[in-house]
Each structure stands twice: as C-alpha cells, then as structure tokens.
Design a binder for this molecule. Structure first.
Ligand SMILES: Cc1cc2nc3c(=O)[nH]c(=O)nc-3n(C[C@H](O)[C@H](O)[C@H](O)COP(=O)(O)OP(=O)(O)OC[C@H]3O[C@@H](n4cnc5c(N)ncnc54)[C@H](O)[C@@H]3O)c2cc1C
Length: 463
C-alpha cells in the first residue's frame, strides 16, 4: 500500500541501518521480504522494503530512532503466527524481526519468574524451564514468541486457570518510537505505582513501542493431571455443563468445546471415539491423587446430570496425551479435510453466561448460509472460534459476512470482537462499534507515544 504519510526506504537509510545493526542483519532480498509479508491467516500480503534483525535492545532503539526521523514505518515481527494480519507491513517500510533476540536473560527460580528477550518462542522457553519444574502458562499452540504473545495478549487453552499473557507478565523493557528505552512494571508481584503502563503495552500489537525484554510469571509444573472428554446430545447441554463446571469451584486447567461437525472429523482422523455429538475436553491439575479423584467424581456427576452420552476420564499420562492430541490437532485436521481451500478463523469472546446464546447464533448463521464451519472454543472463558473454509471470491464474501454477523452478535452480548487473536487489520472495522468514544482515547495515546505514526501503521485503527 502506498501512502503519502510515509517516506520510502532509500539507499542511505539502508546504509544507516547497517551501521546500527551490522550489514549481515539487514536484507532487501525479495525472498526475505516475502517471508515477512503475510501471517498465518488468509489476509492479503504486503511487502516490506527491508527486513532487519537487531540483536540488542539498544539496536532496536537505534532502528526506531532512525525510522522515526526518516518517517519510515516499522512493523515488529515475532514468528508471524498471527491470524488477523497483525505483523503484516501494510505500509511497507521496515520489518523488525526479533528472531535473533531469543535468549533467557535470567531465571529467578525462587521468585517464580524469568526474564527473557522478546524473540524467544514460548515452547523453547518451557523446554529450558522444565528441569527446574517451572513453566510459562499461556499456550496459544503455534510456537509464538514471547514478544508476539505479549503484543497480541495471546491466551489459549490454559487461560481458564492461569490467565492470558497479560496476567503472566510483571515487567517490560520497551523501545519507544523516538528511540527511548523505558522500563514499565517491576519484578514485584504487587504493583500500585503510577499508571499501569505495563498493561498499556500488552495487547498494543506493536503500535505503541517494541518490547525488548520481559519478566514473566512462572508456575510450578503440576504433579498430577487428568483429562476428561464428555459428549452431549445437544450443544445446549454441553455449554450449560461448562457453566456448571465453572460454578462448581473445580478450577479446570482447560475447558474446551468442539461442535458435532468437528467431533465427527476428529473421531475419523484421530481414532478417538467422540461420536458425532458436541464434546467438552477438560484438564484438571492437582498435587494429590485424592484431590484429583474427588474433582473427577464431581465433574462426572455434573456431566451425567446434564445427560452426557459419553464420559471418559484418565490420569494416565499416555492416554491423556492421546486425548488432548485430538484437540490440539483440531485446526490441522480441519485443514486436511479441505485440501483445496483456505480458512477464515473467527475469534470472539462473550461473558460465560452468554456462551450458549453465542453458540446458538453461530449455528443459525452457518445454517442460514448453508455453510460448513467447525466450532472450537476455549469455553471455560467464553472464547469461541469458528474455522470457516472458503475457496473462491464468492465463498470468501460469504465467510466475511458470517464473520461480521458473529462479531456484531458477540459485541451485542456484552463481549468483544476478539478474545485472543487481536485486531490487526482484519478486525479494525469493528473497533468503533465495540469501543465508541474510547477509541478516540486510544488514538490520543497512540498520537502521544508515536506522533509520526511509524509503529505498525494500519493496525487496530481502520486503514
Ligand atoms: C494454528 C494456530 C493456532 C493458534 N491458536 C491460538 C490460541 O489458541 N490462542 C491465541 O491467543 N493465539 C493463537 N494463535 C495466534 C498466534 O499464535 C498468537 O497471536 C501469537 O501471539 C503470535 O505470536 P508471534 O510470535 O507469531 O507474533 P507475530 O504474529 O509475529 O506478531 C504479533 C503482533 O505482535 C507484534 N510484535 C511482535 N513482536 C513484538 C515485540 N517484541 N514488541 C512489540 N510488538 C511485537 C507484531 O507487530 C504483531 O502486531 C494461533 C495461531 C495459529 C497459526
């Protein structure tokens, strides 16, 4: 996209970049620009003019200072696993990849904390923490980076117990558009000092600053885990069970919903007998076998009382992994079932009491358009996805109309246009509807921190 607001990248700008980060960390090669032109969604791609890989916070700050003075846009990049075009450089300029800033700076095991660089993928972090018996809980599935997760406020299947990324961060170092490096938050678990700038940067999708270091909260790896899979005759029974389990005080570590179409597909692909009814996947963590068993007894009672037609519970690690593998592979299995098609992945969240109404609305909308869609949700926290296959321009338009209807209904039900994937440019058109005058306040904050608008332009606010 060309835009009179920004300056093109010139030869002298590239030379200055190379002076700041080293020529080997700057590329204008078409292959590199293409690799950083689209995320994991089906949204349109845009090419940056140059890709840079800084190694230090000071280098990030230097790149921003240079770009700010030259009026060149800068879009931060983790691994590009977003689903709403969040890291796509819609105005060209610089893609600033954090991939080479991927180390652990310090482990504070006694405080259950770790300080990391932003380009570290969270699965790599957890592999390195495992010998200490600690883990970082947010789990979006794709091997996202810590910086990308914080910038999108990513969540995933364990949010119902451990919270989203915003709940698992204590302190950030951030490079501002003008090249200042600031610290926000602290390593204290309790914080009441000044404005909560920490959580201003979390979820800001790289539009307010670039995260150069993060101190994260860690959790002890649970001693014991169980897996439960229960199927129900109706969607209403399944989702009402979600509400009952949440209300029982059981604290599931995961509480996931899949609809009948998806259950049928997973049963065929994974050899897990889910039948063709809507199902719930649950996980419980405990330090003692007796506590775990008591929880399983209660959840079985709830499921039976809601008319569950299938109920399987296990504490055996191999069986647990097998059951959860089906849920984790849900997206890939849907992709394989539609080899010639792309997918639109819807993401909305509503108050838990409105979850049944949200599911019913989606079912009715899909029926009205005679469309196959796969519903899968982090039901424990009211977050729902629909995987919508499309093949051509006409079916893309239908999928877009369904997305629109689903988002507007979520907002109507007191929810939000996005529970965890963020706004990017895919959801920008819903922001006025969701936030009203609060969006103007967001614009003022953006203007204050990034007066030249160089940081990830075209995101959150409409193009
Ligand atoms: C199959 C699949 C399943 C998924 N499931 C989930 C899920 O269950 N839950 C969930 O929450 N998400 C999910 N996602 C979405 C995605 O993985 C997350 O949004 C993730 O946080 C993106 O991280 P990333 O490292 O890929 O960041 P990118 O996509 O590279 O960037 C994300 C955003 O952060 C900005 N950014 C990157 N690094 C920084 C930084 N250091 N400082 C400031 N801004 C930065 C970018 O500009 C962009 O706006 C899924 C994606 C896929 C493909």
């Amino acid at each position: 996209m060309t835009n009179a607001l920004f300056s093109p990248v010139t030869a002298s700008f590239i030379t200055a970049l190379a002076n700041d980060v080293g020529a080997e960390n700057v590329s204008t090669a078409p292959a590199e620009r293409r690799l950083h032109a689209r995320d994991m969604s089906a949204h349109q791609e845009y090419l940056a003019e140059v890709v840079v890989w800084p190694h230090t916070a000071e280098q990030v700050a230097a790149v921003l200072r240079l770009a700010n003075e030259a009026g060149v846009p800068v879009t931060a990049w983790g691994v590009g696993s977003s689903l709403e075009g969040n890291p796509v450089p819609v105005h060209g300029g610089v893609v600033l990849s954090l991939a080479r800033m991927n180390g652990i700076t310090a482990v504070h095991a006694d405080d259950f904390q770790v300080t990391v660089q932003p380009g570290l993928p969270y699965k790599d972090l957890n592999r390195q923490l495992a010998p200490l018996g600690l883990f970082f809980a947010p789990d979006p599935g794709a091997n996202a980076t810590i910086g990308g997760m914080l910038a999108n406020n990513a969540a995933g299947i364990r949010t119902v117990k451990y919270g989203a990324s915003k709940d698992n961060v204590l302190r950030l170092q951030v490079a501002l558009a003008d090249g200042r490096l600031i610290q926000v938050g602290s390593r204290s678990v309790k914080q009441a000092s000044g404005y909560d700038l920490l959580h201003l940067f979390v979820g800001s999708e790289g539009t307010l600053g670039v995260i150069t270091e993060a101190t994260l909260k860690l959790w002890p790896i649970p001693e014991l885990m169980s897996a439960v899979v229960a199927s129900f005759e109706t969607v209403a029974a399944a989702v009402e069970t979600v509400v009952l389990v949440r209300g029982s005080g059981l604290e599931p570590a995961a509480l996931e919903f899949i609809d009948a179409t998806h259950a049928r597909l997973l049963s065929q692909a994974e050899g897990v007998d889910l039948g063709d009814q809507p199902a719930l996947f649950m996980e419980f963590h405990a330090a003692h076998q007796a506590t775990l068993q008591m929880g399983l007894d209660t959840v079985q009672e709830i499921c039976r009382s809601m008319g569950a037609v299938r109920f399987r519970a296990t504490t055996d690690p191999t069986e647990r992994r097998r059951l959860w593998h089906a849920r984790h592979a849900a997206y890939e299995i849907a992709l394989r079932a539609h080899p010639q098609q792309k997918f639109m992945i819807l993401d909305v969240a509503v108050p838990i009491s409105a979850f049944p109404a949200m599911v019913a609305h989606i079912e009715a909308t899909l029926d009205a358009h005679a469309l196959t869609g796969y519903m899968v949700g982090h039901a424990g926290d009211g977050n729902l996805h629909v995987l919508l296959p499309f093949g051509d321009e006409a079916s893309y338009r239908v999928a877009t109309a369904v997305n629109e209807a689903v988002v507007l209904q979520a907002i109507e039900l007191g929810g939000t246009a996005t529970g965890e994937h963020g706004v990017g440019f895919g959801k920008a058109r819903f922001m006025t509807r969701e936030h009203g005058p609060a969006l103007d306040v967001m614009r003022v904050i953006k203007q204050t921190l990034d007066p030249n608008g160089i940081l990830n332009p075209g995101k959150i606010f409409s193009l």
